[in-house]
Design a protein around this ligand. Sequence first.
Ligand SMILES: NC(=O)c1ccc[n+]([C@@H]2O[C@H](COP(=O)([O-])OP(=O)(O)OC[C@H]3O[C@@H](n4cnc5c(N)ncnc54)[C@H](O)[C@@H]3O)[C@@H](O)[C@H]2O)c1
Length: 283
Amino acid sequence: MKNFKGCTAVITGGAAGIGFAVARRLGEEGANVVIADIEADALDRAATTLDNAGIPVEAVVTDVAQRDQIVALADAATSRFGDIHFLHNNAGVTTAGLAEELTDAQWDWVMGVNLNSVIWGCREFLPRMKAHGQPAHIVNTASMAGMSGGPLMAPYFASKFAVVGLSEGLWHEAKVNQSNVGVSVLCPAFVRTGIARSDRNQPDGMGGWILQGSDQASRYGEFLTAGVDGGIEPAEVAGKVLEAVIDERLWILTHPESGQSVLNRAEAIAGSGIPAEVRRPNN
Ligand SMILES: NC(=O)c1ccc[n+]([C@@H]2O[C@H](COP(=O)([O-])OP(=O)(O)OC[C@H]3O[C@@H](n4cnc5c(N)ncnc54)[C@H](O)[C@@H]3O)[C@@H](O)[C@H]2O)c1
């Protein structure tokens, strides 16, 4: 896609954070915008803000972890604006806790919102975008946590690595078939958003995003919250997303140090086999 004027863009997790920033930026560039989110009040406020800015907007309350709701979102977007040109699979949540101590429900929640939704979004929207044949693009939000692992967020790492793999696969399929639909994967480091309050959208009874009764998880939660609060602004990320789409780039890194961290990991894999971050002297 070389410009967004008159195109229709669907953004999940569009009520807040990175999703809302991308929606606003696309709207400012002349797109019709469909924002989807599980948080109805926040979605309402986001739609009002976009509407007040003169952006044509449709808000669709959606739980992206439910496949039928992804289909309903695609139908709602089509019935309001016609052909869809841009999809940002962006909604995401996290937990903090040891892999074996987190419950099955917590694992399922993260994998459902962060990964299944992206699989379903691509599989539902891609045929529609191919059918109209106009320039189109899918952006999937992964994370730098999809590029290298660490402790206490195993479901998040697993889901984000998978989103990276899925996006890379789709990118190759698009090139092989000279598709009209480009693919990018967004891998942010810390961005100042509500991600460290993910439990505001958790199904009832799951007990929060930080594993209860674990000091280690609690400390990690504090570290993560501080990192997010000190992160870059979502609007900066939105600018990088639009640039990458126009340039037809697969990878979207948001922080200057991210490239080196990818290199460090690759070097560790090819060299010692020990992740660079936990290597000790004499290892
Ligand atoms: N903020 C960061 O530091 C950071 C870093 C790397 C990756 N990311 C990723 O960026 C994406 C956006 O997150 P953010 O940082 O803007 O956080 P955020 O919490 O501000 O926004 C996430 C949005 O997703 C929505 N959401 C949650 N569960 C949902 C569901 N089941 N169905 C529909 N919507 C749902 C939330 O209501 C919220 O509006 C996520 O995929 C996250 O993993 C964030």
